[in-house]
Each structure stands twice: as C-alpha cells, then as structure tokens.
Design a protein around this ligand. Sequence first.
Ligand SMILES: Nc1ncnc2c1ncn2[C@@H]1O[C@H](COP(=O)(O)OP(=O)(O)OP(=O)(O)O)[C@@H](O)[C@H]1O
Length: 242
Amino acid sequence: MSPGLHADIAARRGEFSLELEFSLAPGATAAVLGPNGAGKSTLVDALAGLVPLTRGEVVLGGRALERPGERLRLTPQERGLGVMFQGYCLFGHMSARDNVAYGLRARGVGRARARAEAQAWLERLGVAEVGELRPAALSGGQAQRVALARAMITRPALLLLDEPLAALDVSARAQARRLLAGWLAEAGAISLIVSHDVRDAVALADELLVVEGGRLTARGTAAELRARPPTAYVAAVLAEDA
Ligand SMILES: Nc1ncnc2c1ncn2[C@@H]1O[C@H](COP(=O)(O)OP(=O)(O)OP(=O)(O)O)[C@@H](O)[C@H]1O
C-alpha cells in the first residue's frame, strides 16, 4: 500500500460531474489550479467527506477513507484531515483560540491542554495577541492564520487549503505567500492547495494539477506545463506568471 494519497474520484453536484484520479507522495505539495466553476472546491469537499463519491476511492497512508464499492465512507471527523475552507469558515461564536483548539477538543483532549496548544500555534503563526478575539474582530491576515492553525493543530497527514490567500489584499499577499510556503514545508503533510491564482500556486506547490470542467487536464511543474501546455487555459494561465 502506498503511504501517500490516492484519489480516484467520481462525484456529482447537481448537474456537475467531477471525475479525476491522482496520487501524491508523502510530504508532497500540489496546487489545484482551474477556472471558476471547474470543480476545485468540489474536489476538496469530496476528499474531506462532504460530497459522496459515486465511484472510486480515497486512500490516505494505506487507510481507505472512502470506497463506495465496499460501502465504506468515513465521516469528515473520522478522516482526521486538516481543512482550511474558502473564506475560512471560522466559528463565529468562539474565540480565535477556541477555534484553533476545536480539532483537539473533538478528539477528546481536555480543555486546558487544548487551549494551551492552540495558543502555542497562534504564537508560531505570529498572531499570539488574537487568542481572545472573536473571528469578526480579526483582520483578513489574522483570520487566515487562525484558520491555518486550526487546520494544522492535529498534525494531519493531509492538509486541504481552499484559496488560502484569496481574502488577502495585494500588499499582504506576497509576504503571506512566503510565510505559508515555510509553514507547509515545516508541517511535512501532503498539502493540496486550491487556487485560481497561478502565482500562489507556483509559489506554494511543487506541482500543479489543472482541473477544467471537472476533469484533470494537466499535471506537472510550472516549467513542464509552460513548455508543453496541453490546453488553451493552461497556456493562458501560465503566461500570466511568465
Ligand atoms: N451546492 C451545489 N449544488 C449544485 N451545484 C453546485 C453546488 N456547488 C457547486 N455547484 C456547481 O458545481 C460546479 C463546480 O463548482 P466548484 O465550487 O467546485 O468550482 P470551483 O472550481 O471551486 O470554482 P471557484 O473557483 O469559482 O470557487 C459549478 O458548476 C457549480 O455551479
């Protein structure tokens, strides 16, 4: 059994169908790049257990998370993934620290220890001062770090980050991109980063997975895809980063 991720996914959302297959090695960082409506968020939701597969499988570290053929489908909690949703989806009624502590609390860690660990994560990500604040009081950059700490605190084998930089303005974005790349390298997890910004994708990931119309239309490093773009979208999007 491969110790990495194997995703063979067929899923539907209304009329939309997602059908693609890929594997990632342990510690790999890949960016999912694609135009609006291509199915990037649906892919994240399918891996996270929020959209059921109609066929295929998701296997992480040799453990099957979902196999419709065997009626196997772990709940999102049972999968133990770190997920940072588009727009962050922080719990509005909880402090930033309790948002970060949530994953540990859900695994039965006591309140005091979970809060102490959450505070340590906030410090690591440079936002120690926001622990007591509710999400509504956070700046975009602070909310991004709180959401990232919440995803990473359980040290998951797979991190799913959906548009982790999209809410940041241009001035904050370049620095946030560098910091995020460093934190992901340190975490050592398989990271799948959804982005429609090619600069983010190239800066954060070793490899690009291009999704168009619910299908994987290209896979490779930016240099490989630029040298031989398989679709017009790939050629156009990589020209933006040239
Ligand atoms: N809840 C839903 N019910 C029905 N169709 C949906 C639902 N959510 C998304 N879709 C459709 O599924 C398709 C894929 O959407 P998805 O959000 O995965 O794309 P995306 O690549 O993440 O787009 P974006 O870059 O705009 O976030 C779209 O055509 C969308 O209209």
